[in-house]
Design a protein around this ligand. Structure first.
Ligand SMILES: *Cc1c(COP(=O)(O)O)cnc(C)c1O
Length: 370
């Protein structure tokens, strides 16, 4: 039966000929391509996870808490403590990675006959999850320097009247932060076109020079802020994402979530991690310093760099970015080619990993000048 291919099956038309999402998972000494936190979880936290999971194991014959109330309560406390904006359990919803949160939002507010817009280049999963949920995708514009072109964005919203607007801040893959004034203006534009949901993807907010946009939720029921434990918390393997919004939004996503979607093991592990936010956010400070060092050294080497508020740096420019990606890989360092012409993206790793990366790109410069 190996002669049967995807397109021989009766798959949906919009999936035909498409490729799945996926960064290459290559076995290379230095992997700086998926914006993971390079530091493993601290040993006391590993112990605590084992304890809490053992406890959860004793009741695995039962379904987990469908509403994940304890976890959402702790997440709400974390958001309140770090933003100064009061967030309660009714404002928070959690799922298996923020990708599942985004999927639930699109199943609820997008879907067949509806559209979503994002300002590209941005996180490619916004377009892919739109496609997977049957939501039409509109690619909005950005300026040359990768900031959002407000006038053009407002025009695109007015013309297309999307049902969902994605704003990623700090943006991936460029690292660009979006100022609160711009988010407010886009929210107003979206509501003027027709009532629509504005989703602010703050996957990297803990690494930002600026503050979270959580305070903007006040009085704006059509605004959603999505977050993840995959990046700053150093727990990409856990698969835990969450959102903060008006309680009505949390009620609405209940209509599409699968029953018991968040396993008892996941809830126990995330709860253990939330007991250690102090240590985990300590690593964030180190990574921000390393991010800033990458920017300084890349500029000193004569590369162009996009201002970054995330745990990665977009650098260029290259006539053939894929060729440069390959040359860096030949030197044992895996960075990311996001398909943005002329640019590549490197994740801030440990100081040693970053040194290995900087050595590799220094050699490339030397090679060019000889
Ligand atoms: C990495 C990333 C996420 C995280 O997805 P998870 O499913 O939580 O791992 C979400 N949004 C953006 C912009 C990202 O880069």
């Amino acid at each position: 039966m190996s002669d049967v291919r995807i397109d021989d099956l009766p798959v949906r038309d919009e999936l035909r000929g498409k490729s799945p999402y996926g960064a290459p998972q290559l076995d290379v000494p230095v992997r700086l391509n998926t914006n993971e936190n390079p530091y493993p979880l601290p040993e006391p936290l590993v112990e605590r996870i084992a304890e809490r999971v053992r406890e959860a194991a004793r009741t695995l014959n039962r379904y987990p808490d469908r509403d994940a109330v304890e976890l959402r309560t702790r997440l709400a406390e974390y958001l309140t403590d770090t933003s100064g904006h009061e967030v309660g359990v009714a404002n928070v919803w959690a799922a298996n990675g923020s990708n599942e949160v985004l999927q639930q939002l699109l199943q609820t507010f997008g879907g067949p006959g509806r559209t979503a817009i994002g300002f590209e280049p941005s996180y490619s999963m916004h377009a892919l999850i739109s496609r997977g949920t049957g939501t039409g995708w509109i690619s909005g514009p950005r300026n040359e320097d990768f900031t959002i072109d407000l006038a053009a964005a407002e025009k695109a919203i007015a013309e297309n009247q999307p049902d969902v607007v994605f704003i990623t801040t700090p943006n991936n893959p460029t690292g660009t932060a979006v100022p609160p004034e711009t988010v407010l203006a886009l929210y107003e534009a979206a509501q003027a076109a027709k009532p629509s949901m504005v989703v602010v993807d703050e996957a990297y907010i803990e690494f930002s020079h600026g503050d979270s946009l959580l305070p903007l939720l006040q009085g704006r029921p059509n605004l959603v802020v999505s977050r993840t434990m995959s990046k700053a918390f150093g727990a990409a393997g856990l698969r835990l994402g969450y959102l903060a919004a008006h309680p009505a939004v949390v009620d609405a996503v209940q209509l599409v979530r699968l029953p018991y979607h968040l396993s008892a093991v996941t809830q126990a592990t995330a709860l253990a991690a939330l007991e250690h936010t102090g240590t985990l956010l300590g690593y964030v400070e180190q990574l921000k310093a390393e991010r800033d060092r990458l920017v300084t050294e890349l500029l000193a080497l004569g590369y162009e760099v996009t201002a970054s508020d995330a745990n990665f740096v977009q650098f260029g420019r290259f006539e053939d970015s894929h060729e440069t990606w390959r040359k860096i890989l030949d030197r044992g360092v895996l960075v990311r080619d996001n398909g943005v012409p002329g640019w590549l993206r490197v994740t801030a790793g440990t100081p040693e990993e970053n040194d290995a990366f900087l050595d590799a790109v220094r050699e490339l410069k030397k090679e060019q000048s000889t």
